[in-house]
Design a protein around this ligand. Structure first.
Ligand code: NDP
Length: 289
């Protein structure tokens, strides 16, 4: 089985971004800047934002975190968003999800200016993606498309089964895989928690993209020999000795003997999400303002 190494592919993209930023710097141009709004102290969110900032550092991209208390009101959070919308030195920004219960995520995302929405969650960007127009593609699905291209996984005419239909991963992924563009041209089935007998679909799949947040959900008896598995899930599980580790939605050890190619967790889709985010930020920088 070929391990689809997202860390390596992401490092290559980050190196290319670094070269572009060095050129900008050498010619005295302004450097692109990404800002992350982090609300509260959810350890996973902190770790994700930390990894995004570290990637910026690696490339020379400017970055900042606006840390806000978990108790912040929706109104106050919206004020921070307005400031970033208006700040000419900020090319793109993200609001790390999930947000505390008192805040309506949809209302907050709606307020991010689409030209700075480098996570690609704004309805305008999602709508444009659906129509195949130029837009910011959500960072995780974007990173996955880059990974599939990087490893030259054949997609045209193939059957892709996406498990999970969230607005940030599964649904955009299903749209991108079915597009009639240079990439994709696959036939897509989108499964979710109400799908009867998911194995019936996954067993027919040439490519399975699983994004549900359930550790080791995708088992060896659910996958056709030779299929490609892209594991988006990030789950923290506790070992018998009390330590914990990250694991995906697929049973990697069992699937190693079944798949032709597969992403590990960690080191698969996660680093590509970050690469997707930085590519979007660079795109925002270059867009006509
Ligand atoms: P959500 O919780 O928003 O969505 C989960 C989806 O999975 C829903 O559509 C749900 O169905 C479906 N689902 C849940 N249980 C089952 C089941 N037993 N069988 C079939 N479908 C099921 O999750 P996200 O999309 O945000 O994230 C999914 C996973 O990916 C998580 O582990 C998350 O941490 C990870 N992730 C990783 C990223 C990365 O960079 N690697 C980035 C983003 C997420 P229904 O709609 O019917 O409820």
């Amino acid at each position: 089985m070929i391990v689809i190494d997202g860390k390596k592919a992401s490092d290559e993209i980050l190196s290319e971004i670094k070269i572009q930023i060095e050129h900008l710097s050498a010619s005295g141009k302004r450097i692109p800047r990404l800002v992350a709004i982090l609300v509260g102290d959810n350890p996973a969110s902190k770790a994700y934002v930390g990894a995004k900032m570290k990637a910026c550092e690696k490339t020379g991209m400017l970055s900042d975190v606006i840390q806000l208390p978990a108790s912040i009101s929706e109104q106050d959070l919206k004020q921070h968003i307005q400031q970033l919308n208006e700040d000419e030195t900020t090319d793109g920004f993200i609001v790390q999800l999930p947000l505390p219960a008192q805040i309506n995520e949809n209302e907050v995302i709606k307020l991010i200016h689409p030209s700075k929405d480098v996570d690609g969650f704004h309805p305008e960007n999602l709508g444009k993606m659906l129509l195949g127009q130029d837009c910011f593609i959500p960072a995780t699905p974007y990173g996955i498309t880059k990974l599939i291209e990087h490893y030259q996984v054949p997609t045209q005419g193939k059957h892709v089964v996406v498990v999970g239909r969230s607005n940030i991963v599964g649904t955009p992924m299903s749209v991108l895989m079915s597009r009639n563009q240079t990439f994709a041209n696959a036939t897509v089935t989108l499964c979710h928690s109400k799908t009867d007998d998911i194995s019936k679909y996954t067993l027919q799949a040439d490519i399975i993209i699983v994004a549900i947040g359930k550790a080791h959900y995708l088992k060896a008896n659910m996958v056709k020999p030779g299929a490609v598995v892209i594991d988006v899930g990030i789950n923290r599980i506790t070992n018998v000795d009390g330590t914990s580790k990250l694991t995906g939605d697929a049973d990697y050890e069992a699937l190693k003997n079944v798949c032709s190619m597969m992403t590990p967790v960690p080191g698969g889709v996660g680093p590509m999400t970050i690469a997707g985010l930085l590519l979007n930020t660079l795109k925002a920088y270059h867009a006509e303002k």
